[in-house]
Design a binder for this molecule. Structure first.
Ligand code: 9G3
Length: 568
C-alpha cells in the first residue's frame, strides 16, 4: 500500500468531543470517520484492523468446533413477538418497515433468528450439540452513543449460539468457548479478566464477561484478593451498617428550597448522607415501583429486576414520577405514598431515624421512623456493591477496577426455545426444548480496546496480531533517487514475501511523515534516508519499545522479516 495513493486522513490536532484515548486516536490516525451519531465509516486502516481481529476470532471459533453462518440483518417483527421482545425492548430496538408496511427489526442480536433456523431444521438428539456463529453488523438505537465505536448504534459483533440436549453438554461448550475467548484476547495481547456477570433481561443461569482493563471503561468490576471477581451489577457483598438506636422523635416537615441532591440536602440539614433515604421511582416492565435506598448507595437495577421478576427495569420518566408522588422530580418520599409497591434495600431495615422527600415541592421530612411513618412492601438486596464493602465469599475488603466489556457468554437454558416452541426428539421419544447458550464478542469494540491499551503520547502502538499492516517503509526524501530506489526495493521484496507493508512515498516534510508514522503506529518502521544510505544502512525501529537497529541495505528485507518474527 502506497501512502500517496491511500486514504489515510491523519490529523495533528485532537478532535473535539472524543472522550477516550481510543476514540481520539481512531479519528486522528484516520481509522474511522463518523457518518452520523453512533454510526461510523471504517477507512482502510480501520477496516484492516477489524479484519485482523475477525480472522483471529474465526480461527479460534473454528478451532473450538463452531460453524460459521450468516443470518440476515433484517428479521420480521413476528419472530420478536413470539419471544415477547418486540414489546420488551422499546426504542433501542431499531424497527423498519418494508414497502407493504410490514414491520422488521434491524438485528441487535440473533437469538430469535437462529432459534427459528434450528426449530425448522433439527429434529433429533443425535444431531446435538452444535454451535453456530456469525460475524455481522448489529443495530441498537442507543440513548447515548459515545466513546466512538465502543458504544455505537451500528457495530460489528461475533455472535454464537449453542444447542444442547442437556445441561452437562451446555457446560462443556460454555467452557470451550470461554477458553476460545481467552485464546483470542491473549493473541491480541490484551490485559483482560473474565468475571462473573448478571444475566439481565436475557435470562439464564450463568454468565461471564471478559473485561479489558481500562480506566475509561464503562463497566465497573468488583474484585477480592480471594479471587472473586464480578461486574458491579452482579457482585455480592456486605455493606457495613451505620450506628442506629437514636431516641424516637416526632416527624418534622422542613423547607428545603431548591435542594434536590443528597449533597445539597445533607449539607443543609447537617446529617450524614446515609441517613437520607432516597426514593427512586422505576418502571418495571412498564409498572411504576418505588425503591428506597440509603443516600450513600446506588440502586442495582439488575438486582431490582430479579427481585421484581421484571425483564426491563428503567428509571421512571418525570411524568410518571410526578403522577405517582404528586411532586416535582427530586422530592419523592415514602410517607403517604399510596397505590404503589415500595421496595426497600436491606440496609434501610435497621435505620431508626431518617430524612426523606416530602412528596411536595421544596419539602423534606426528618426524624422519619420506618414502620411508624411509612410502610414497605418488601425488603430486598437491591444495592450496588462498591469498593470498600466486604466480600460475600471471604469477608475481606473489596476493591474495584474499570474495564471495557469485550465479550459475554450466557447459559441461556430454554428461555428462547420454550417461547418459540423449538424442540427436538430425545432418546426416549419425547419432544424437549433445546437447551441453549449464547456467546457474543464485540469486534469493533475490541479494536478500540486494543488501542486503549496500546498507545503512547505519540499515537497507537499496535500489537502485531491486530496491526492494519506489519511494517511502514518511510522514505525520508522522495526527491532523492537513491532513497526512492532503495525504499521501493525493500517495499517490493517485503510484499513479495507476503509481508503487509505501508510505503510512505509522499512528497512531504520528514517531520510530518515521522509524526504520522508514530500516530498510525505500525509495529515496525523502516526509515530510508540519505544519511543512512551513505553508510549503506536503513534504520529499523520497533514502535512499542523504541528499539532501533541499523540494517544493511543489502538483504534488508530478510533481516526485517527476522525482526518481525521476534515481535508480539
Ligand atoms: C435487544 C436490544 C438490545 C439488546 C438485546 C436485545 C443486549 C440483548 C443481550 C445480548 C445477549 C447475547 C448473543 C450473543 C451474546 C450476547 N442488548 N442484549 O439481547 F433487542 Cl434492542 O445480546 N446475544
Amino acid at each position: 500500500m502506497r501512502w500517496s495513493q491511500a486514504l489515510i486522513p491523519t490529523h495533528k490536532e485532537d478532535p473535539a468531543d472524543a472522550e477516550t484515548v481510543s476514540h481520539r486516536l481512531m479519528l486522528r490516525a484516520g481509522l474511522i470517520r463518523k457518518l452520523t451519531s453512533g454510526v461510523y465509516n471504517y477507512l482502510p486502516l480501520g477496516w484492516r484492523a477489524i479484519r485482523k481481529v475477525e480472522q483471529i476470532v474465526r480461527e479460534e471459533m473454528d478451532r473450538a468446533g463452531c460453524q460459521e453462518i450468516l443470518m440476515p440483518i433484517a428479521s420480521p417483527a413476528e419472530l420478536w413477538m413470539e419471544t415477547g421482545r418486540w414489546d420488551v425492548y422499546g426504542k433501542e430496538l431499531w424497527r423498519v418497515q418494508d414497502r407493504n408496511g410490514r414491520q422488521f427489526v434491524l438485528g441487535p442480536t440473533h437469538e430469535e433468528v437462529v432459534t427459528d433456523i434450528v426449530r425448522n431444521e433439527v429434529r433429533s438428539y443425535r444431531e446435538l450439540p452444535f454451535t453456530l456463529y456469525q460475524i455481522q453488523t448489529k443495530f441498537r438505537d442507543e440513548v447515548r452513543p459515545r466513546f466512538g465505536v465502543v458504544r455505537a448504534r451500528e457495530f460489528i459483533m461475533k455472535d454464537a449460539y449453542s444447542f444442547h440436549r442437556d445441561e452437562a453438554s451446555l457446560d462443556e461448550t460454555y467452557r470451550a468457548l470461554c477458553d476460545a475467548y481467552t485464546r483470542i484476547f491473549d493473541r491480541l495481547d490484551l490485559n483482560f479478566r473474565a468475571v462473573e456477570a448478571a444475566t439481565g433481561a436475557i435470562g439464564g443461569s450463568a454468565s461471564h464477561e471478559f473485561m479489558v482493563l481500562s480506566d475509561t471503561g464503562e463497566s465497573e468490576v468488583i474484585v477480592c484478593e480471594c479471587g472473586y471477581a464480578a461486574t458491579s451489577e452482579r457482585a455480592e457483598g456486605k455493606i457495613a451498617p451505620p450506628p442506629t438506636g437514636e431516641e424516637e422523635r416526632p416527624l418534622e416537615r422542613v423547607d428545603t428550597p431548591g435542594m434536590k441532591t443528597i449533597e445539597e440536602v445533607s449539607a443543609f440539614l447537617g446529617v450524614e448522607p446515609w441517613r437520607l433515604v432516597k426514593t427512586i421511582i422505576y418502571e418495571a416492565d412498564g409498572r411504576p415501583v418505588a425503591t428506597l435506598i440509603r443516600g450513600d448507595r446506588e440502586v442495582n437495577e439488575a438486582k431490582l429486576g430479579l427481585a421484581l421478576a421484571a425483564d426491563i427495569v428503567q428509571p421512571a420518566t418525570s411524568e410518571t414520577i410526578e403522577k405517582v408522588t404528586g411532586a416535582p422530580v427530586g422530592f419523592a418520599g415514602p410517607v403517604g405514598l399510596e397505590g404503589i409497591e415500595i421496595i426497600a434495600d436491606h440496609t434501610v431495615e435497621p435505620l431508626t431515624s431518617v430524612v426523606v422527600g416530602g412528596n411536595e415541592n421544596d419539602v423534606h421530612l426528618t426524624n422519619v421512623r420506618p414502620g411508624r411513618d411509612f410502610r414497605v412492601t418488601a425488603f430486598h438486596d437491591i444495592a450496588l456493591i462498591a469498593k470498600g464493602d466486604s466480600c460475600a465469599k471471604c469477608g475481606k475488603e473489596l476493591d474495584s477496577f474499570r474495564g471495557i466489556e469485550v465479550s459475554q457468554a450466557f447459559k441461556l437454558g430454554t428461555k428462547y426455545s420454550t417461547s418459540m416452541k423449538a424442540t427436538f426428539l430425545d432418546e426416549d421419544g419425547e419432544a424437549k426444548p433445546f437447551i441453549m447458550g449464547c456467546y457474543g464478542l464485540g469486534v469493533s469494540r475490541t479494536v478500540a480496546a486494543i488501542i486503549e491499551q496500546h498507545n503512547d503520547k505519540d499515537g497507537i502502538a499496535w500489537p502485531l496480531a491486530a496491526a492494519p499492516l506489519a511494517v511502514e517503509v518511510l522514505a525520508v526524501n522522495v526527491k532523492s533517487d537513491e532513497t526512492r530506489r532503495v525504499a521501493e526495493e525493500i517495499y517490493e521484496s517485503l510484499r513479495a514475501a507476503g509481508v503487509e507493508v505501508l510505503y510512505d512515498d509522499r512528497d512531504d516534510r520528514p517531520g510530518a511523515k515521522f509524526k504520522d508514522a508514530d500516530l498510525v503506529g505500525l509495529p515496525l518502521r523502516v526509515t530510508v534516508g540519505d544519511r543512512g544510505l551513505e553508510r549503506g544502512v536503513v534504520e529499523v525501529r520497533v514502535r512499542r519499545t523504541g528499539e532501533q537497529t541499523d540494517v544493511p541495505t543489502d538483504g534488508a528485507a530478510g533481516e526485517i522479516q527476522r525482526i518481525l518474527g521476534t515481535l508480539t
